[in-house]
Each structure stands twice: as C-alpha cells, then as structure tokens.
Design a binder for this molecule. Structure first.
Ligand code: ATP
Length: 344
C-alpha cells in the first residue's frame, strides 16, 4: 500500500513550502524563548553579549545538526539579539563566485548573513568566502580575458551564520574561520512538550498535557516535526473530534497519518526494513542501502540515520550499517542465525 504523500512528508525533516508560513509563525524570536539546547544557548549567549558590549559584530557562527532542530531559528535570533537585520541565502543558491560577490557587496554594517547548507557552496565561491570572512574584502573581477582586472572591495563588518547538516564535509579552512561552532542535539521529550505548549499557546488551542506527551514521544526529537504533528492533531480534532486536543485525539490523528509509536517515518521504516530483510541485518554500505530504498545517500545519512542510531535501531561499524537486537524487535522480525549480534 502506498503511503499518502502527506504522511510521508509529515515526519520527514525537510520543510516544504506549504508548511513554511505556518512554521515561521511558531519560530521563537529571542534566545530566552528558544527551548532546550542548554549548552549552545549559553555559549552563544556569551558570544552575543560580549559583542554587544564591545559594540562590534561577533565572530562568525557555525551551527550543525540534523534538519529541523532550530538552526534557521537561531540565525534569526542572533540577528534579533544583535538588533540587526539578516540576509538569507544557501549553498545550493551559490553556484558561482559572482553570486556570492553580489550578496557580500550589498551587505550593510553589522548585518548577519545566514548561509544555509553551507557545505554545498560551489568551490570557487568558497574561496571568495574565506577572504570575505577573514579580511572583510571581496575581489571583484572587472572585464574579460586579457583585460580582466581584480578590484578589491572593502566590506563593512558582518557576521556569517553558517548552517550545515554535515559539518564533517566542510573544508578545514572554512571551518577554521568560524569563531564559534554550536552542535544542535535531538531534543528530549520533556523539551518537546515545552515547544508544543508554547506553539499551542500561539495557535490559541488548548492542548492537554497527555496529548503533548503523546506528540512529543513521536516527534523524532525534532521541534519541526512536533509542530507539524500538533497542526495535524488540531485538524483531526476540528474535523473528526469535538475540538478537544486530548490524548485520544492525538492517538487517532497520528494513526491516520501513519506515525508509528516511536515516530518513525516512511524513510526510517524503509531503511530498517531493507537493512533486515534485503541485507540480513548487514553489514551493508551506505550507498547500497540508499539505492535499496530509492534515496540519495546524503538523505539517508543526514535525515534518517542520526535518529535511528540515537534510538539504538541501527549500528554503524567500519564495515557498514548493521541491525541491532532492537531493530529486529521493532520490526517484529526474527534475525537469521547469520545476523551480526549488536546489542543496543
Ligand atoms: N528550540 C526551539 N524552541 C522552539 N521552537 C523551535 C526550536 N527549534 C526549532 N523550533 C521550531 O521548529 C521549526 C524548525 O526549526 P528551523 O527551521 O530553525 O530548523 P533548522 O535546523 O534550520 O532546519 P533545516 O536545516 O531543515 O532548515 C521552527 O519553525 C521553530 O518553530
């Protein structure tokens, strides 16, 4: 049976256009509204406070972690805390050095430049970025061929906030130009309950505590997913229920959208199924596994794997990905005698 498109999207980490506006409305605006991530919040708070006290743009900030944990939100918060504006662009949008030069040369003093998916910036633009971040200068090439001239253009001080799901892919010279790196972790259920209660307040709905617990438990440790599930539960309560957002409404709604007891989505389940059924529990290489589920290796590695590994549903060994005892249990399958025994 095919999974309805909405159900597929519901628990995936990526933000779809149609959901963006709803998401933006729920974004915390200041650091003290940002739930969880205690360590990053404290460290970043210090960086910002010190910069404000000195009256200078802070060091460049790199934020890493799986999708939907709050990197974009933090970039906006950084600008708000500094009382400045933010320019938003992303690695895939910068395919030529000229694209980046145009953005850089239009920056205003102390502005924040948010570079999402920074690991995907084209190589020639990357070099331009090194210089801009270090020396606040951009070399613009004027003319063509033998008559071409590079003119150095001084830039006002600004702060790059880079976001990446794959910090390991950033070349060392780029990584080194960030004065502060914050790694975002998956959220605890208790923290997601706080995210949900805050969102319910903004949406003007009365979310019962038991419903919040139920949604939090099935949100893959990810605020974006928690907020999406909340909106779907609200839909269900409005259309099929009596408008009450209680535990029964949450369970019924999540059943309609095929979100399982621990929040695994279609991709997670496909990966685990392939790992156990096609590859006998592994070990199997990332690329082979990705081909088996019809996805890009990068998607499997950055969207599905971090949560599966955290939950002890998949092991990563030097020889490849392996199932754990918990994987077999979760899929209600019996491991073949030849399966590797990795206890989670
Ligand atoms: N700490 C938090 N507290 C409250 N809400 C949060 C928090 N982190 C994220 N959110 C909510 O989750 C949504 C997704 O967050 P955000 O867009 O910042 O994620 P992201 O890490 O940038 O994801 P991606 O890399 O996929 O763009 C936001 O709309 C925001 O409402």
């Amino acid at each position: 049976m095919g999974v309805p498109e909405e159900a597929e999207r519901l628990v995936s980490g990526g933000a779809e256009d149609v959901e963006r506006a709803a998401e933006a409305a729920l974004r915390p605006k200041r650091l003290d509204e940002f739930v969880g991530q205690r360590v990053v919040r404290e460290q970043l708070g210090l960086v910002l406070e010190a910069a404000l006290a000195r009256g200078r743009a802070p060091d460049h900030v790199l934020l890493s972690g799986p999708p939907g944990l709050g990197k974009t939100t933090l970039a906006m918060i950084i600008a708000a805390e500094l009382g400045t504006s933010v320019r938003v662009t992303s690695g895939p949008a910068i395919q030529h050095a000229g694209d980046l030069a145009a953005v850089l040369s239009s920056l205003e003093e102390n502005e924040v430049l948010f570079l999402d998916e920074i690991h995907r910036i084209a190589r020639p633009a990357e070099e331009l970025l090194y210089v801009a971040m270090e020396d606040f200068r951009v070399d613009v090439v004027v003319g063509k061929g033998a008559g071409a001239n590079a003119i150095g253009l001084a830039l006002p001080p600004f702060t790059v906030v880079g976001a990446t799901t794959r910090a390991g892919l950033l070349p060392a010279p780029l990584r080194d130009r960030f004065g502060f790196t914050g790694h975002l972790e998956f959220y605890e259920d208790e923290e997601l309950v706080r995210v949900l209660e805050r969102s319910a307040g903004l949406l003007g709905v009365d979310l019962h505590r038991a419903a919040a617990n139920e949604i939090a438990r099935r949100s893959r440790g990810t605020p974006r997913i928690a907020n999406r599930l909340l909106r779907r539960v609200r839909d269900w309560a409005q259309v099929r229920g009596d408008g009450t957002l209680d535990r029964a409404a949450a369970r019924s709604a999540l059943e309609v959208y095929e979100v399982d007891e621990i929040g695994l989505d279609r991709l997670d389940r496909a990966v685990l199924h392939a790992l156990c059924v096609r590859f006998g529990g592994g070990p199997v290489g990332l690329t082979t596994l990705a081909v088996a589920v019809g996805e890009e290796p990068e998607t499997v590695e950055t969207v599905a794997e971090p949560f599966l590994v955290r939950e002890g549903l998949m092991g990563r060994t030097p020889r490849g990905r392996v199932a754990t005892t918990r994987t077999w249990q979760h899929l209600h399958l019996r491991p073949p005698p030849s399966a590797p025994t990795l206890f989670a």
